[in-house]
Write a protein that binds this ligand. Structure first.
Ligand code: PPS
Length: 320
């Protein structure tokens, strides 16, 4: 029987995560108790997390981009990867990244949650490239036809795309949830930057309305081209390189990152100085990947899963 080959994952607490991640960091993250001033940026992977993180950080820093990749990671740690210790010591205001479905997300009515979704077709393509690009997945030879099966059957990291989205969609009108759509944010970034600012604090929205130049700077500093330059090199030096024991011990980095660097010593890969983490950042790249049969199958799955919701209205080009 045909068994599609997927990226290297592991099951922890019923959730698939990359095999390179520390299981303890995930377990500890699930037990994290949110603080009243916590802001979480939550997504299914590849739906616009990094973009939203940069927008939030630029707003919190009043128009300045993160000074360095290290500062970005400190201000916006990926909790399941680093472990929650880093969140406890995060400089505030900051914003915590997670990829958790609602039922697993550490939740408090006092904390804020920004959820961003993206159409499943482009999400599937983006996650396919992500898995091929990062050596930890051991998937550089992965085929799209295999990955498509993994995605449509809900066997990717962080679970089923549809269940993830539906779990947060139910909460889209909660006062402590801001629900965003990648394609809408792409079409009118300015409006969503203002929405995010207002959600963080009315003071930030007022600041951006008043300071037109600051708004322009933020739009520039969170553009795909700008982020390619500021991000991809750093991903290469971290996730595309072999690190010595001494280097790992000396690095002042969280346990979860050390776990990954140690894992990388156990696998074979060709080091790369740059990784295309910020890749194309466009809408509709799926048309370059899907066969007519795959398009029809995923469309049918969407219709079945989104029944009774207004989710198809997010993507009128796909669900005419
Ligand atoms: S991750 O690994 O889950 O954190 O990835 P995530 O950041 O959610 O998604 C990566 C995709 O978002 C694109 N991207 C952007 N799009 C628009 N504007 C900006 N500034 C931007 N930055 C990143 C990135 O290119 C990935 O999409 P694809 O389709 O692969 O290009």
């Amino acid at each position: 029987m045909y068994k599609p080959k997927g990226p290297d994952y592991q099951d922890v607490e019923g959730l698939k995560i990359p095999k390179a991640f520390s299981p303890e960091c995930l377990r500890d993250s699930l037990r994290y108790k949110p603080k009243a001033d916590d802001v979480f940026i939550v997504t299914f992977p590849k739906c616009g997390t990094t973009w939203t993180q940069h927008i939030v950080i630029n707003i919190l820093k009043r128009g300045l981009p993160p000074e360095s990749f290290e500062e970005f990671q400190k201000l916006s740690p990926f909790m399941e990867l680093t472990g929650p210790g880093v969140v406890e010591t995060m400089p505030r205001p900051g914003a915590i990244k997670t990829h958790l479905p609602f039922d697993l997300q550490p939740y408090s009515l006092q904390a804020k949650y920004i959820y961003i979704t993206r159409n499943p077709f482009d999400c599937c393509v983006s996650l396919f490239h992500h898995s091929r690009t990062l050596p930890i997945y051991q998937y550089s030879d992965g085929a799209f036809e295999d990955f498509f099966e993994i995605f449509i059957n809900g066997q990717t990291e962080f679970g089923d795309y549809f269940d993830h989205l539906l779990s947060w969609y139910e909460h889209r009108k909660d006062p402590n949830v801001l629900f965003l759509v990648y394609e809408k944010m792409k079409a009118d970034t300015r409006t969503d930057v203002l929405n995010i600012a207002k959600f963080l604090d009315q003071e930030y929205e007022d600041m951006l309305v008043k300071d037109v130049q600051m708004m322009e700077n933020i739009l520039l500093q969170t553009s795909v081209e700008y982020m390619k330059k500021s991000t991809n090199k750093h991903f290469g030096s971290f996730f595309g390189s072999v690190h010595s024991d001494e280097d790992i011990d000396n690095k002042n980095i969280p346990e979860g990152l050390k776990h990954i660097l140690n894992y990388m010593k156990t696998i074979n890969f060709k080091p790369q100085s740059e990784l295309n983490f910020v890749r194309k950042g466009i809408v509709g790249d799926w048309k370059n990947h899907f066969t007519p049969e795959q398009t029809e199958r995923l469309r049918r799955k969407c219709i079945q899963k989104f029944e009774g919701t207004k989710i198809p209205e997010f993507w009128p080009d796909i669900f005419k």
